[in-house]
Ligand binder design. Sequence first.
Ligand code: PLP
Length: 455
Amino acid sequence: MSSNSLRDADIRYVLHPYTNLAAHEAQGPFMAMRGEGIRVFDENGKDYIEGMAGLWCASLGFSEPRLKEAAMRQFDLLPFFHQFSHKSHEPGILLAQKLIEMAPVPMSHVFFANSGSEANDTVVKIVRYMNNALGRPQKKKIISRQRGYHGVTVAAASLTGLPLNHRNFDLPIEGIRHTSCPHYWRYGQEGESEQQFTDRMAAELEEMILAEGPDTVAAFIAEPIMGAGGVVVPPAGYFPKIQAVLKKYDILMVADEVICGFGRTGKAWGSQTFDIQPDILSCAKALSSAYLPISAVMVNERVYEAVKKGSAEIGAFGHGYTYSGHPIAAAVALETLAIYEERQIFDHVANVGPTMQAALRQLETHPLVGNARGIGLIGALELVADKDHKVPFDPALGVGAQVVARAQDEGLILRSMAGDIVAFSPPLIITESEIEEMMARFNRALSAVTASLAV
Ligand code: PLP
């Protein structure tokens, strides 16, 4: 189909997620036609550095031949089988074993799903089911955080702490609470040190638990670094303090590693970077370098034993997806994990991450940049109207969106989010010189928007 016909058909037939559809009808889609390394190309052959690895996910870039070959081998052998009612298949078994070997803390068993949202919906169900099995049906509430992002299915969207995902959908569901977001730069009080801020976060959590009743709270879920909520990096010491509170009241720690998992922070898991000891861990995205949809939930021995007890005593764990552990997706995930190891991708992130972080920090002298933050190959710039007082821009100006649009003109794909925060999350294979090229394209875009705002 010609690109004009594709454009028309897109407007006519595709209901785009997270999109102002009236504006989309006017402007049409950006169409990626092919990919190579860290770049995608549009219909005119123009190249774009994918500074977000798609949606924080295409970790090995857009042209890894080994992932295609792994998929094709599995297509030939067994394109589909499932995991319900004692059924199994080799890639699903090997992937579960591999994930248990890689886990940041001792884990016991793996449940597969197809997306981060499905994985976190599964977490909600596991938490509810295990407490029914343990004969304490009142202990079911889950505490999440404002600005946390855990997906969009009904339960996962309820865990998510962003108004856009609740407001018009009659969410959250019952039994979900949201505590404060640990964004020190934005929410730290006058004169409050990072340590005092962290103490306040832990004290607020404890107050919430006591107000709810500790015997009603089952779990706490958090991303090591909040992604869609604005790349919020917690202060050092935040998670150990939070976990001390959870331990006191026998509340499970759930790490949502959907973005941080598989090297994004320079270690295999964000849990390792931030000293988190999860009882349950969800992961997706870079598990297959995003080439096929697959996600996983790992549970520790204690959680597994409770689910096992339930399956004998209160009825089988009545949850699972037709495509849980899909063999082709599992084969691609196994190959992805093998490539991470062979090419030492996590060490590569630890090596080149500081180049991206230094370039972002350097921009803190720019008049529009209030705060630069990140670790490894995840980072963000928070743009403000008044740096000294951290005053945000009028949302109607859409400054973050303007910067992202100009970056696209310059051949760089980024995303802006909550409060003019521009995020960076390039493929993990990006090289130092490609980081420099990415930042040069970005700087041109930022300068153009700055000039147009006459700051
Ligand atoms: N959890 C986190 C931390 C995420 O960033 C996302 C998606 O961006 C999800 C869960 C939901 O994943 P999915 O979009 O695959 O459902």
